[in-house]
Design a protein around this ligand. Structure first.
Ligand code: NI
Length: 192
């Protein structure tokens, strides 16, 4: 395993569509996922897409701990997942605005509208199909990571660029962005 270098906004690998993986069970994919997980943990991220480590393949890893019904965090170890060739389908029109960060856009935060509920499908490293319906933070992380596979970074999804800011300033001057389920307070977790 190895900690990989993370591409930053401006590197072309973050702008090109990633390639579909023909065989998720290949050792090279297993090794890539192991390195991505180690890199994600080292960098303190919630998720990581292969293009972020200069590999333009449709592979994402993420770790979210959230109750799929209530959208609230769970007091238990977070589930670590690797998905190959993920595809997202929104469930309904509802969107919510919440903060995101990205390891490829270090030191910044932005408020991004995302679909509240999605279904995603893909394949695991064993080649088996993974299919889940999720909401809230879990749904947000998937949308963020899958955007990386299409060459999209979160600022491109923002509808109000006044809400793109340095994390340090965001912490000094909190803004209530009025997220649907935040009860009027600013949520501090951010997808990476
Ligand atoms: Ni990101």
């Amino acid at each position: 395993m190895a900690i990989l270098k993370i591409a930053r906004m401006g590197h072309p690998v973050l702008r090109i569509p990633a390639e579909t993986v023909a065989d998720p069970t290949l050792p090279e994919i297993r090794d890539l996922v192991a390195d991505m997980i180690e890199t994600m943990f080292d960098a303190g991220g919630t998720g990581l897409a292969a293009p972020q480590v200069h590999v333009p393949k449709r592979v994402v890893v993420f770790q979210v701990g959230e109750n799929r019904v209530t959208g609230r965090p769970l007091d238990q170890p977070q589930e670590l997942m690797a998905i190959v060739n993920p595809v997202i389908e929104p469930l309904g029109e509802e969107q919510e605005l919440d903060w995101e960060g990205c390891l490829s856009v270090p030191g910044m935060r932005g408020a991004v509208p995302r679909f509240s509920r999605i279904r995603y499908r893909g394949r695991g490293l064993d080649g088996k199909t993974i299919e889940r319906s999720v909401e809230g933070f879990h749904a947000r992380v998937l949308q963020h990571e899958c955007d990386h596979l299409d060459g999209i970074l979160y600022p491109q999804r923002m509808t109000d660029l006044r809400l793109l800011m340095f994390s340090e300033e965001a912490a000094r001057f909190p803004i209530d962005i009025g997220s649907n389920d935040s009860g009027g307070t600013v949520k501090t977790r951010a997808a990476e």
